[in-house]
Design a binder for this molecule. Structure first.
Ligand code: SF4
Length: 210
């Protein structure tokens, strides 16, 4: 029996969610991926399995680990930019390395969710090692300013994993984001495995939210 029979037809595929790897450049106290050691995707396998999908799909969502430090995510980003594909990127990032090489081509994004998880530097440093609160906030701010002039709306979110240590910081977290000049926001709580995730869409105007 030929396996040819079971070949999939991807011609109608418009969205791909791709886990780029579990590796991360910071260390959150609540991280569920600490003990996971999946090997990195090889560049060859990405070239063979993911890159060929890019010309025809509308969106690819990169989740990690931390996409900004992973070659797989960088290759996907650079291919979309170089080939001028219409495919847009959505991703979760901790924001530390979300700098110009990611944000200079603002029109490649449809969604970015920043995992900030704290409302101030002292709390951030307590629950997150190997990072820099002020740099992350600055990167978020710069990205949102660029996104304001973007051709198509980008869904920009900030998230906070609410643990026993940070449950009383929710109000300050909301205030922090309001102080980043965003005039419209809402929030919702959703159940994670052993914590709550607070997710706030950030936008400067209605056009960006809807
Ligand atoms: S940013 Fe995400 S992947 Fe990285 S340590 Fe924190 S929870 Fe884990």
């Amino acid at each position: 029996m030929s396996l040819q029979k079971y070949k999939c037809d991807f011609s109608d595929l418009k969205f791909v969610q791709y886990p780029v790897g579990t590796q991360c450049n910071i260390c959150c106290s609540f991280c569920g991926q600490k003990k996971i050691t999946y090997p990195l995707h090889s560049i060859e396998s990405i070239r063979g399995k993911v890159i060929p999908l890019l010309p025809s799909i509308d969106k690819i969502f990169l989740c990690g680990g931390e996409p900004t430090i992973l070659n797989s995510a960088i290759l996907i980003r650079d291919t979309i930019i170089k080939s001028k594909y219409k495919c847009k990127i959505g991703m979760n990032t901790n924001g530390l390395m979300f700098c110009d090489e990611w944000t200079d081509n603002i029109n490649i994004f449809y969604h970015v969710s920043f995992s900030l998880n704290a409302s101030n530097e002292a709390r951030y440093n307590k629950i997150i090692a190997k990072s820099d609160f002020n740099k992350v906030v600055s990167n978020i701010d710069k990205f949102c300013k660029k996104a304001n002039g973007c051709e198509s709306p980008i869904d920009i979110r900030a998230t906070m994993v609410v643990t026993a240590d940070t449950v009383f910081d929710i109000y300050d977290f909301v205030n922090l984001y309001m102080s980043l000049v965003y005039i419209m926001f809402f929030l919702f709580l959703s159940m994670a495995t052993d914590s709550l995730v607070l997710s706030m869409p950030l936008a400067r105007n209605k056009k960006q939210l809807y």
